[in-house]
Design a protein around this ligand. Structure first.
Ligand code: ATP
Ligand code: MG
Length: 593
């Protein structure tokens, strides 16, 4: 990263003021308290001079008592300020980090599915935890500590100047050098830090995948590979981390080292001035105490410098999420789709799957009438799921339109479209919540009865009865405590409770045994004619009943019609049917499939 790039990253930190704004009164109070604290600390150091010159040297006990009383009273107030500061600090830091996370989370909800395919889940979630905390720490500790450090330095210098211009000159030159040098050393630190944080995120993504995939790791004896992969990542953290920490240490340490040299110079110069009678003993001690106090100010500022780098790198990672382009936003004045009454029309829809020219959909035109039972069949990879994802606007076609009762869905609000569709995907998503809660995701205001009915229709009754807590049983992360078929039936129940205008089943019965599958298909019977059902299936026998069969191959719609018509054509469908027949003959035990 060039110097200008680094500065640009640091400059982006300015955006963070937006998060401080709602709490500006709190933050101002915080600053006021910190100011008071600093003032008191400096006063204590400065009072050394008065104690020596005005009380100890003239042996004035009364003066000493007065001074000590004043300092004691100040100390009590100081403690009060400290307590208040700590409380306010804790509170705003949590509020601000909440706001930052909320903004990022809200933005993440608008990102297209492709974004989530690119970034590992563990890495992404780390941006909400470690990175967000880092940024918040930088804002709340870095900024005030740094500013107070500067203030402490300036006030101490001013007090010293009052006693000796000479000493001030020595101190000021030393200090200036202490700050210029580390910044010159620091050109690489930011890039190193960003790389370091990315490696941390990558490790976290890897660990998460390992946790989720433990059964695969075990059954495929992948533990040695997992360990070596882990080790590689851990090693990369060391390499990038050393660069990043070393950079930070240099930035932090150089001022202190230079400061040490300046301190010796100050001591010598102060001693000579005192011997020449230009400083009193009290002043000499006070100057040295103040200068030692400067050291803490310098430390704070140095800390601020390295903290800015770390914060900027962490914020850069949050920005990666915030800068990601949301899904094609709903156009202004997006149409709200009414419940499907007439038909869905695919009009020359083209969708190219990224850079894979052979993958995608190439000019699909088909009409699905409301209430029809449609079967989409075709070999694996033919584009069936892609078709469904386009209907749901999880993907956007590059050419052509999908018309919903004549309205282009691209011009409609996603919400109104998706409200009417329920899908049971090939990969079922189950959250770590109860069965009932998972079903209710289909329609958040569904009553307990509706949830129970949907569960029954989806053939979950047997499962629910066998569980001690029934529908209130938790499913485990990813539904791990359920079998594959149970997960799929859960997804069906979720779809049914939605009371959709269009029910999409993408291999929804693939994980159900023949008896349950038959029961499920019977359960769908009452919906027929009322709900448009689009079933995507390898199980071609399900097409026999369909009002319309769409046969896909290589991203094209090759045939469309009813079962017997398509059989008569003697084309793709007839071949699929033929292969199913012969497969069934070879496996007479598998009676239904
Ligand atoms: N995210 C993606 N990036 C690149 N190619 C993809 C992506 N998703 C799907 N494809 C490709 O697009 C083609 C169509 O995929 P699709 O999932 O629509 O097939 P399908 O008909 O549903 O197959 P199956 O019956 O196996 O589920 C396939 O060749 C697939 O490899
Ligand atoms: Mg599919």
């Amino acid at each position: 990263m060039s110097v200008s790039g680094r500065l640009a990253s640091v400059a982006k930190l300015r955006e963070l003021t937006a998060y401080i704004k709602p709490y500006r009164w709190f933050v101002s109070a915080l600053f006021a308290c910190l100011l008071a604290e600093t003032a008191f600390e400096i006063a204590v150091r400065y009072s050394v001079r008065i104690v020596i010159d005005d009380a100890i040297t003239p042996r004035d006990v009364e003066m000493l008592i007065r001074l000590l009383t004043a300092l004691g009273a100040g100390g009590v107030v100081y403690i009060g300020f400290c307590l208040f500061t700590d409380y306010v600090w804790a509170r705003i830091s949590l509020l601000m980090i909440r706001d930052m996370r909320s903004v990022m989370f809200a933005h993440m909800q608008t990102l297209p599915v492709g974004f989530f395919a690119r970034v590992a889940a563990g890495d992404l979630s780390q941006r909400f935890t470690a990175d967000a905390s880092r940024v918040e720490e930088g804002m709340l500790f870095g900024v005030p500590m740094g500013l107070l450090g500067i203030l402490e330095v300036l006030v101490s210098l001013a007090l010293m100047a009052q006693m000796s211009g000479w000493l001030l000159a020595v101190g000021a030159i030393g200090l200036a050098a202490s700050f210029v040098l580390p910044n010159v050393l620091n050109v690489r630190a930011l890039r190193a830090h960003y790389a370091f944080r990315n490696e941390l995120g990558s490790l976290s993504g890897f660990v998460q995948q390992n946790i989720v995939g433990q059964s695969l790791v075990k059954t495929y004896n992948l533990d040695a590979k997992a360990q070596s992969d882990f080790r590689q990542r851990a090693d990369r953290i060391v390499t990038t981390g050393v660069k990043s920490y070393f950079g930070s240490f240099l930035v932090q340490r150089t001022p202190s080292l230079l400061f040490l040299i300046v301190s010796v110079a100050m001591l010598g110069a102060g001693a000579i001035l005192t011997m020449n009678g230009r400083l009193s003993i009290g002043e000499f001690v006070a100057v040295q105490t103040l200068f030692a106090g400067l050291s803490s100010g310098v430390g704070s500022v140095a800390w601020l410098l390295s903290s800015v780098i770390d914060t900027a790198a962490a914020y850069e990672r949050m920005r990666d999420v915030l800068d990601a382009t949301p899904d094609h936003p709903d156009p202004p004045g997006a149409v709200t789709l009414a419940r499907l009454a007439d038909q869905i029309e695919f009009d020359h829809v083209v969708y190219r799957q990224g850079r894979r020219h052979s993958a995608g959909l190439f000019g699909i035109s088909a009409t699905i009438r409301a209430g029809q039972y449609v079967a989409v069949v075709g070999t694996s990879g033919a584009g069936k799921t892609t078709l469904v994802n386009l209907l749901l606007r999880l993907l956007e076609p590059q050419e052509g339109r999908i018309l919903w009762d004549g309205v282009d869905i691209a011009a409609a609000s996603r919400r109104s479209l998706r409200e009417q569709i329920a899908i049971v995907h090939q990969d079922v998503i189950v959250f770590d919540a109860t069965l009932a809660e998972n079903i209710r995701l289909g329609r958040l205001d569904a009553t307990d009865d509706e949830v129970a009915v949907a569960a029954a229709v989806a053939q979950l009754t047997g499962l629910v009865k066998s569980l001690p807590d029934g529908l209130a049983t938790r499913c485990g992360e990813g539904g791990r405590s359920l079998s594959g078929g149970e997960r799929q039936r859960l997804a069906l129940a979720r779809a049914l409770v939605r009371r959709p205008a269009v029910l999409v089943l993408d291999e929804a019965t693939a994980a159900i045994d023949p008896a349950n599958e038959a029961a499920f298909l019977r359960a769908l019977q009452p919906l027929r004619g009322k709900t448009t059902i689009i079933t995507v299936t390898h199980r071609i026998f399900m097409a026999r009943e369909a009002d319309l069969v769409l046969v896909m191959s290589g991203g094209r719609l090759v045939e469309a019609g009813r079962h017997h018509e398509l059989l008569g054509l003697g084309g793709h469908y007839a071949a699929l049917w033929q292969s199913r027949e012969s497969a069934t003959k070879e496996r007479p035990a598998d009676a239904t499939a």
